[in-house]
Design a protein around this ligand. Sequence first.
Ligand code: GLY
Length: 570
Amino acid sequence: MTLFSSSRRLAFLLVLTIIAAPVSAASPDPARGTGGAVASAAPAATQAGLEILRAGGNAVDAAVATALALAVVHPQAGNLGGGGFAVARMDGEATALDFRETAPAAASHDMYLDAKGEPVTERSLVGPLAAGVPGSPAGLWELHQRYGALDWAQVVAPAIRLAGDGFVVTARLEKSVAKAAQLLGRFPETAAVWLPGGEPPAAGSLMKLPDLAATLAAYAERGPEAITGGPLAAAIEIVSNRHGGILKAADLKAYRSVWREPVVFDAFGWRVASMPLPSSGGIILGQTAGLLERIEWQRTPRFGAERAHLLVEAWRRAYADRFLLGDPSTSRATAADLLDDEWLDRRARELRSRRATPSDEVRSWSLPAARESTETTHLSVADGAGNVVSITTTLNGSFGCGLLVPGVGFLLNNEMDDFAAAPGRPNLYGLIQGEANAVGPGKRMLSSMSPAVAWRETETMALGSPGGSTIPTVTVQVLLNVMVDGDDLQAAVNRPRIHHQWMPDQIEVEPDALAPETAVELERRGYRLKARNRLGEVNAVRVTSAGTVEAAADPRGPGSAGVVQPAPGS
Ligand code: GLY
């Protein structure tokens, strides 16, 4: 049943307004200045990044400080027990660091199937059997080792202070803990910290995390070995064993982050760099932009049905191709295959129809989408010298697998759920996933995270979003708002969004994203529309060649954006 097939159509249309005026009245003011900029999901983390910029740190120093502060104040997704990706442009060079989790050495192809071969979803979501080997301790250190300007200990210091001296619990954190109380309450180790007296910490109260402060202090002193070896690694193995996991201290010791060639493409007068495999994000951004350029999408009226139609048809094909992808060692296609001119030309020729193509007819060589969690977090940083860093990091689900390591103070991820538990067969949600993304020891699970940087002669920006499978479509819409339509950064972030990922075959629509007549025309062309409260939470920064900076936090969340002003007289 389509959303607009009944009397609900009228009600839905009444709440839609013209997309041409979509910037919410509640939008935060954009932050503008000259000395550097930070945008993240939590005000205390943004302040940590700004503190490091003010102390003379560069964009990498500030980004690492922000990420570590998020590991304290935004435990839903900020982490030391998870992983992520960083894309940076430092001194004009674009780079990508992969600190995605890996499957433990004891992981196996069918580990999430029952005796009948059916997936047991809880096993890949709850408790340490769901945990991949954390990549953040090695990754954040490695990023700083290569590009940082300040001492490592100075960069970690704000996070130690937040954990040790305490931070004020935000309304968002209280609400997130309450929502996850059932999961967190399953593990006494977690409940002791996050559900004291059986209740979430109250908004406005001071939260101290002494174990995490001690872990961060050891990390500041000795780097990742403080966590991936010795008593902290042993504590992780012990609690994992206690709750049926397979994560071992040896897995932590063996983990390595990997520098990778970013996916780089030119579009609409800009050059864009984003994450390669094991993320599908950069490839989807590149395919979308490549297809839209080929069909001269920019010539269609901005808020018309033709524009939305062509965007969705491009995504439909990019997501169809996505399902060949997996860890670079087993992926059935590469970025080079899917961004190849011949392939994009062929796909672009398929976009001639003015009708929706049923997704069933866009088979590619591929299979439908993996279900992906939406609880991830993105931060963007620029420094006054024009360097930018874009980091997306995640535990996968909100608070990961729910298990906090006692004496260590951080939660473990449930990233193993991003693998295909039963390749080629529908999971509990009716979705089918590809063999390229099957579980295997040491493999990295396919991601959609799309940290991106984009630049042209006069300016550079960094952006990204949480949102599971919606991350690439959210990110590319913000890019297109700037690159094609010349929005300023905050307006580009604010503007309502849509999403389509091939399967299920529907356009998800934020309030105000489609004008009523556009929605009606899309339905007439054969699309099914589904209302969605919000899509993504973009944090973005921009720096011009004249040295002015701008930071934009997404009004969809309580994140914050800030800039550093140079000291008077400097
Ligand atoms: N866990 C969400 C992603 O990596 O895409």
